[in-house]
Design a protein around this ligand. Sequence first.
Ligand SMILES: Cc1cc2nc3c(=O)[nH]c(=O)nc-3n(C[C@H](O)[C@H](O)[C@H](O)COP(=O)(O)OP(=O)(O)OC[C@H]3O[C@@H](n4cnc5c(N)ncnc54)[C@H](O)[C@@H]3O)c2cc1C
Length: 493
Amino acid sequence: MRASFRLDLRFAADGSHEWPDCPSKGSEMTDRLGKADHEEHVDLLVIGWGKGGKTLAGTAARLGQRVALIEQSADMIGGSCINVACVPTKILIHDAAVRRESDDPDDYFAAAVARRDTLTAAMRQKNFSLLDQLDSVLLVSGRAEFTGEREVLVTGGDDTLRITADTVIINTGSVPAVPSINGAQIGGSIHNSETLQHVSPLPRSLVVVGGGYVGLEFAGMFAHYDSAVTVLDRGERLLGHEDADVAETVAEVLRGDGVTIISGATVTSVVDGDDRASITYLAAGEEHQIDADAVLVALGRSAATEGLGLERAGVTTDDRGYVVVDEYLRTSAPGVFAVGDVNGGPQFTYVSLDDNRTIADQLFGDGQRSTDDRVAVPYTMFLTPPLSRVGLTEDQARSEGYDVQVGVKKMADIAAAPRAKIEGDPRGIVKFVVDGATDQVLGAALMHVHSQEVINLVALAIRHKITATALRDSIYTHPSSTEALNEVLAALS
Ligand SMILES: Cc1cc2nc3c(=O)[nH]c(=O)nc-3n(C[C@H](O)[C@H](O)[C@H](O)COP(=O)(O)OP(=O)(O)OC[C@H]3O[C@@H](n4cnc5c(N)ncnc54)[C@H](O)[C@@H]3O)c2cc1C
């Protein structure tokens, strides 16, 4: 495929790309959905360079299939995770956490941003070359829309390419939800999670609208860069889906870092002034106003399906706009699958990766694997220290009728696990929810240094039915955060 016809992203340091001259290029486009400048047929077509799709593209190509992968933006080679989500935010969060009081906030923030840019550019380059080196992969720069069943039109500048495929993978991800708050359009000093990562200079004050995981990660991060941060959250208390003791620990940590948290606050309007924004909100029946250098609107995500023409492909969506899939990630259209955020499952990179495993098993394996096999999917909110969760909360376990036993301690009070003290941040909590009838771990909430690592051990234990007693009596390295399990699981009640 490479030798005869190749429309590929020209990866350049400035993020620009061009469409190379092709033998068939030059025909007039009279009917955009009816006629294209070029035509291709492939075995597997992936729309969007997300985690699941790019992994499937590589697997299929290595098995000898002809593959096309379409990405709309040269800045998004490799997908959201490495460009606008997990990796860049975690670089900025890490550098914020290790900032010293004596570091000049503006210079320090600028240096962190530069480090972020260097690392993400290297990851884009690596992601590009991993697929580019496979001869049977056609990398297409442009925006895709369905024109029929397993038929897609790609538009890149003035050029168009029609691709038909035996199998299509929709991997277009999600985008920040657009709220219906007066004046909250993104621009100027009003940001979403993507634009705020490029703010310059460092805002002296930041209002975060929304106390979900994206909002709180940014709140904690900017507080460590020395911004004055206020979180406005509609809930009665922060993180209403977590147990009260865990949510209160998170709130204590954030407040300790200087974040002001206002719960029960409904934002009614945002006004973007010349150099500051003004936010109006209702709390306890009264109207309040607050000004800030920057506002982050973090009120959830929406499926990235706008303009994708799913109806022309026979692909149905739910009432939130997400692609409807079954447990094998098949859409309503034969031969069309959806992976990652766009299918309405848990929105994490590792879930998109796991979606890839299910589809690879459908396409190249024995077709047994399904999303129903997923047990105990952990997640981490990258606060400082991070909050990691898996399984049921205590409240959920009680309402589901389990014989609940709980082991809970503040990290600072756990004598047998000095790691957090050694690293200078003993804040946080370790909480286990155990089924007294079976000794099985039902869930855990870990907020402490390295909890993003320890939670994977707990998730594995739940999956493989390793009992709380076995976890309590296991040998762990010292000094590590994992040692907390010895002590906390010895005090179940
Ligand atoms: C601020 C933030 C922080 C996050 N942090 C974490 C974290 O720490 N850990 C974690 O696991 N998850 C994190 N997430 C979630 C994670 O980023 C997503 O779950 C994951 O990236 C989803 O990947 P995906 O496979 O669905 O597709 P994506 O990686 O989103 O890729 C979709 C691609 O499709 C392209 N595309 C869209 N429409 C078209 C079209 N019509 N034609 C061509 N191309 C198109 C897009 O440009 C994009 O490159 C975070 C999210 C945010 C917003």
